[in-house]
Design a protein around this ligand. Structure first.
Ligand code: NCD
Length: 326
């Protein structure tokens, strides 16, 4: 976590100022080391146990989260809300920015400076790459990036990697295949970067139009990760330990004819999984819009619903950490 300064001089007394991540922004997976991940996953485990044992507890009693969403969300916004409430805190939800002063033309820095007068931490989803970094520049309180356009989705990548660890027991040596919209999908941008902290093999499978951006390929290659690019799943399916499926991001296309050409190129069915290992997992950040058929849901390898639950524990851990309570 070398890149982010602690915003501790503005945080209230009584918090654990020496705790790692205290007062930090969470903007990109680039800020995490393997040691950080081990620490986060340890805290997430504790959160999971506490939720199983007592459901809700008072670790963040009196703390307030502002959930500022300029783009649609079901899982990310509601899991942050559930995370805050399970820790005894409360939430200011702003998910229809058309009802807020944003619709009057207020700038992001001003909106953020407003919300931090009332809240202790701000979770931000925004259509522009770099929006969270911009918000963090102006905010005195921690900003958590919940998706900045086609940029990054760091908390999703943390929960994705946590899912892999929980389901398969390790990351080292795995063969991970990312399928679908690798150009516009921010979850795969973050996950590819995070996985490059480990010795893994990554296969990128997409149509030409939706290939993983070259700068991310370069970043991953620099870490000596073995990668391969394909337009079909077939050549890599049998060796895959983690099949990470993505939705084609319709909202990012300027030309909808292009979307029509690529929208349903890959569909995972029970037939597809016959070619896959017995011990492997199928993941998806969700929502899915046809790329995994519902008949796959009953297969024990379908991990995408369990993946959502892991997200609650990760977000509980992150909130406790940036607020100095873990
Ligand atoms: C993803 C997103 O918003 O990037 N959703 C999520 O947060 N789970 C993926 C998507 O919208 O396809």
């Amino acid at each position: 976590m070398a890149t982010m300064a602690t915003k501790s001089n503005h945080l209230p007394l009584g918090d654990q100022r020496n705790a790692p991540f205290y007062g930090k922004d969470i903007l990109s997976v680039k800020q995490f080391s393997r040691e950080d991940l081990t620490y986060i996953y340890g805290v997430a485990h504790e959160m999971r146990e506490m939720v199983a044992r007592i459901g809700t507890f008072d670790l963040l009693k009196g703390k307030i989260l502002a959930n500022l969403f300029y783009e649609p969300s079901t899982r990310t916004s509601s899991s942050f809300t559930a995370a805050m409430e399970r820790l005894g805190g409360s939430v200011i939800p702003i998910n229809e920015v058309k009802y807020s002063s944003v619709s009057k033309g207020e700038s992001l820095p001003d909106t953020v400076r407003t919300l931090e007068c009332y809240a202790d931490v701000i979770v931000l989803r925004h259509p522009e790459v770099g929006a969270s970094a911009l918000a963090a520049k102006y905010a005195r309180k921690p900003i958590i990036n919940a998706g900045d356009g086609v940029g990054e989705h760091p908390t999703q990548a943390l929960l994705d990697l946590f899912t892999i660890v929980e389901e398969l027991g390790h990351v080292e040596g795995l063969n991970v295949t990312m399928l679908g919209d690798l150009k516009y999908g921010r979850t795969v941008h973050s996950l590819a970067r995070l996985l490059s902290l480990y010795q893994v093999k990554i296969n990128f499978v997409s149509p030409e139009l939706l290939k993983m951006p070259p700068e991310i390929i370069e970043e991953v290659k620099e870490k000596s990760i073995q990668i391969s690019e394909h337009s079909e799943l077939e050549p890599v399916l049998a060796e895959t330990d983690v099949l990470y499926v993505t939705r084609v991001q319709k909202e990012r296309f300027e030309n909808l004819d292009e979307y029509e050409q690529v929208k349903s190129l890959y569909v995972i069915t029970p037939e597809t999984l016959k070619q896959a290992k017995k011990k492997m997992i199928v993941m998806h950040p969700l929502p899915r819009v046809g790329e995994i058929s519902p008949e796959v849901d009953g297969d024990p390898r379908a991990a995408y619903f369990r993946q959502m639950e892991y997200g609650l524990y990760i977000r509980m851990a992150l909130l406790a950490m940036v607020l100095g309570k873990a």
